[in-house]
Design a binder for this molecule. Sequence first.
Ligand SMILES: *Cc1c(COP(=O)(O)O)cnc(C)c1O
Length: 412
Amino acid sequence: MDLIDNRYSIQGVDLEKLTGEFGSPLYVYDAEKIESQFLKLTSAFQGVKMRVKYATKSLSNISILKLLRKMGAELDCVSIQEVELGLKAGFMPNQILYTPNCVSFSEIKEAVAAGVMINLDNISILEQFGNEYHGTVPVCIRLNPHIMAGGNKKISTGHADSKFGISIYQLQHIVRVVNTYGLNVTGLHMHTGSDILDAEVFLRAADILFDAAKQFKTLEFIDFGSGFKVGYKEADIVTDIAELGVKLSAAFKAFCTEYGKELEMWFEPGKYLVSESGYLLTKTNVVKTTPATVFVGVDSGMNHLIRPMMYDAYHEIVNLSNPSGTKRIYTVVGYICETDTFGLDRKLTEVKEGDVIAFKNAGAYSFSMSSNYNSRLRPAEVLIHKGQAQLIRQRETFDDIMRNQIELNFED
Ligand SMILES: *Cc1c(COP(=O)(O)O)cnc(C)c1O
């Protein structure tokens, strides 16, 4: 987002005006930002065969998927519906990794039938898989290296209490199952969660994976998952991708030499690719003074952006309608009948009713986590691509609220 001549814009498109054109609230994505993040990631890893499996769940609009496909990304899908979406977006089955957790075996069979790479994270499922397919279908195994990613248990998946992955301490049992059924294990996987601060955590987890990899003779790739941290606040520490690239590439090459084969290195970034590209634009319904604070109440809420309430996530807030006004302290809240506080004690340029308020870092886990709570409609989505704002999802209507509801009649 640029501030030029006292107006906020993306690729020359005036942001505040977008709400006039497409309505409010509105999700807006900057295609250039997605592309620059993709390039930053792929250029950090030199001399290794790398695949980027974009985490579909972070922002799953089909036009975003197609844009990423054009750039050379592949997909990580966590449900059979995401697999369907990926195929519809034009990805080849062999570009899709299916990483489910606690799904039924029948769903896994559907994914096998679709021809995508299967990533399993439970020994009992691995046994069922062996019974069903023996070595005929390649499989990846998700390990939990028990490395804590950051301090937030809600978004960390590598800790001992986590439901994700098969514990690295069960390695012997995994090997027994694999050998007994003659499973064709082509990949090992880890994903320790969404809050890794530094390269060292990654490298420690990677070492654990390299060590485990020696037990499997048919590997073709190692998938390091994601967990790349992006800045939400100005002072936030972010993952130094360049440093990670240099260190992990070197460690990986050394491992491949030892393993005796050049394997592929896979990643599954969601947040890193799309978080900073996204903005939620809202309109100020009311400015409400109470004995304790001044509330800015906008025409959105936890139904459209739940991260502040669910993860205590910090999203920077900007008053687009008054770029150079005097700053005052506000509590920014939504219109939902819950305490849906977007931001407490935020310094915003003076807000008037009707002002357009933008929430930054609203690309990842924002629209994709939205709901119809309070029977509210989901916003439209717009992609700014090559200097043009294009609608990529229509705003919902009341018909969407009624869809699938069956109206019983109790009158007679
Ligand atoms: C959610 C998820 C990701 C993406 O995590 P980010 O923090 O958004 O990069 C990657 N892999 C798996 C298996 C996931 O569940």
